[in-house]
Design a protein around this ligand. Sequence first.
Ligand code: ADP
Ligand code: MG
Length: 228
Amino acid sequence: MTLIKIRDLKKTYLEHGVEAPALRGINLEVDEGEFVAIAGPSGSGKTTLLNIIGGLDKPTSGSVIVDGVDLGALSKSALADYRLRKVGFVFQSYNLIEVLTALENAEFVLLLQKVPKAERRARAKEVLEAMGMGEYLNKRPNRLSGGQQQRIAVARALAHNPRIVLADEPTANLDSATASGLLDMMREMNERYGVTFVFSTHDRLVMDKAKRVILLRDGVVVGDERKG
Ligand code: ADP
Ligand code: MG
């Protein structure tokens, strides 16, 4: 089943009154359950593309349909609801809340969704355990390594059972062994929960762990390779 369908997507920023195209006509389909890397050099449009798929940014033209819903047709509040329920986000710099424990961080989206406490706890604990973080439930982020913090961020992105996890350069701050371990965990979650992952990278090692690599250059798709 097609989960994400992108048609002639363009995004042009205005910089000091000058038009700067970031995406120049992207056409793309991602099926449910895929584990896809968006690869490309810095400035190729990876973040812009992920932000538009995630409803964090709006295109200049073109359409993005996720799970049958045309994002361009949603009201502001419907788009906020889409971000909260259908998407899980992972960022380069983890973006955990320092005063909360690992468990509380992993629960955070469920809290925003007003899921009752016991259910929230149980679900967050399950996902943290699945991410190999069961020993650290009550630790705060600043007591943990970067790799451990990013595992918590992935657990947070998964706990509400989203349709897609979007991860923008999730391994950019990790050494290569830790990055490799994180990708293995993400892939295990992809298989265990059947959730679709779309992540960006410019790291060869991370691309090698993807089941499909979409290559961007200057805002256009210049390659699309499925593996295995
Ligand atoms: P990547 O994530 O692949 O590095 P980006 O999507 O961040 O690429 O950027 C694509 C292009 O759009 C770059 O040329 C960048 O300078 C430009 N760009 C990104 N965000 C903005 C912004 N908020 N305002 C102006 N230009 C931007
Ligand atoms: Mg980027």
